[in-house]
Design a protein around this ligand. Structure first.
Ligand SMILES: Cc1ncc(COP(=O)(O)O)c(C=O)c1O
Length: 376
């Protein structure tokens, strides 16, 4: 049986390096190694790294640096992975094997479709848990969740802050979800990769510490602007679960690369981490002003809310404009890449990533306006 494709990733992979303007990225303009390593001594240390295999579940230094950001955990609770993608893959595979008699995954929609896609490809059934627009706000359908959870449910998979909407689930939302999960004794997988990229205010609440059957996945790719390092992680409720998941990663990538493990350990040091987070938040808030103005100037054809976090805006096109057609026309006629809502199971929308340099963003938006003119 052929695998169902991960449409978002395949579409991006095919075009992102060929277009003149790529607004399909959901992170901020990536950092350079030179910006991350602030002293000559560190740069010299980088050049001296011997390119052997690294510790397969992440070096103790890296896992300690990650666990610092999750109070109450130690290095033993953490599995370092090759990006958030591997973290999500391992969590989904593990959940599927752990629950052979429960073949349903409740999966937040809209979403980055990786976890749901893997679950389906493993032969399981995916049940949507909707984020809906209620009174102009993205709102989780808690009543719907209560109605769909059953003896067949293995886990609930959420993404907060959410890709593509930028919605942050409140503490109240998280508590409502764990109450339901707890009643049915099911796992919660919480992808929190955009935490730290808030548009304003406090850091988004985490599932960490709220419920003992939670697996948190994250990485340095979005809020840290370091996707090229390919470093992600899973925060497990116990060292035993972390060890089990490690067995799975022996079959996938063996280990994160040695240079990335070392660079990631530096990025996660509290001082460096807060410098990076400040940079990310600055990019998100300054570039949002550009986006907001652009959305207002095209309000006859589209509408979009400010994301609560992440440099992405999920924009509703006027009824009658087909989102897939629009994105393909933009690609072919204007050499600009964005993502259609269809790739998040939500047709009628487009997702624009606005984390790039401002001048680049403005030029790309001008081209989208030119295409919009043809619908006027
Ligand atoms: C919600 C979410 N999780 C995971 C990933 C994969 O992240 P990484 O680049 O760290 O593998 C992405 C990438 O876009 C994402 O949006």
């Amino acid at each position: 049986m052929k695998l169902e494709r991960f449409e978002l990733e395949r579409f991006q992979s095919e075009w992102e390096h060929r277009v003149e303007y790529n607004l399909s990225e959901s992170g901020v303009e990536p950092l350079r190694i030179n910006e991350l390593l602030q002293t000559q001594d560190l740069k010299n240390q980088l050049l001296e790294i011997q390119l052997g295999y690294s510790q397969t579940n992440g070096t103790i230094q890296l896992r300690e640096a990650i666990s610092y950001h999750y109070p109450g955990t130690s290095a033993e609770h953490i599995l370092a992975t090759s990006g958030g993608a591997e973290a999500n893959f391992l969590v989904t595979w593990w959940l599927h094997r752990e629950s052979p008699e429960h073949d349903e995954l409740i999966f937040m929609i809209p979403n980055y479709m990786q976890i749901g896609g893997i679950w389906k490809n493993l032969g399981g059934k995916v049940i949507p848990f909707k984020l809906e627009m209620v009174n102009g706000k993205w709102t989780p359908d808690i009543e719907g969740l209560k109605a769909t959870i059953s003896r067949k449910t293995a886990a609930i998979a959420i993404c907060t802050p959410n890709n593509p909407t930028g919605k942050i689930l409140s503490e109240g939302d998280l508590n409502a979800i764990i109450d339901i999960a707890g009643e049915h004794d099911v796992w919660v997988a919480s992808d929190e990769i955009y935490r730290g990229a808030e548009l304003q205010g406090n850091k988004a609440p985490s599932m960490h510490g709220l419920y003992n059957k939670t697996l948190i996945t994250s990485s340095l790719s979005k809020a840290y602007g370091l996707p090229g390092l390919r470093i992600g992680w899973i925060v497990c409720p116990t060292p035993e679960v972390a060890k089990e998941l490690w067995t799975y990663s022996d079959y996938t990538t063996i280990c994160p690369t040695k240079t990335s493990d070392w660079l990631a350990t530096i990025a996660l040091q509290p001082k460096v981490q807060s410098m990076i987070e400040e940079r990310t938040r600055k990019v998100v808030s300054e570039n949002w002003m550009v986006m907001e103005k652009w959305i207002a100037s095209n309000s006859d054809l589209l509408s979009g809310l400010a994301p609560e976090a992440a440099a992405i805006c999920f924009i509703k096109l006027k009824d009658g404009i087909n989102s897939l057609d629009f994105v393909h026309r933009l690609l072919n006629e204007k050499s600009v890449l964005i993502s259609p809502g269809d790739h998040f199971d939500t047709p009628g929308f487009i997702r624009i990533g606005f984390g790039s340099k401002q001048e680049y963003l403005e030029h790309a938006l001008e081209r989208i306006s030119e295409l919009l003119d043809t619908y006027r």
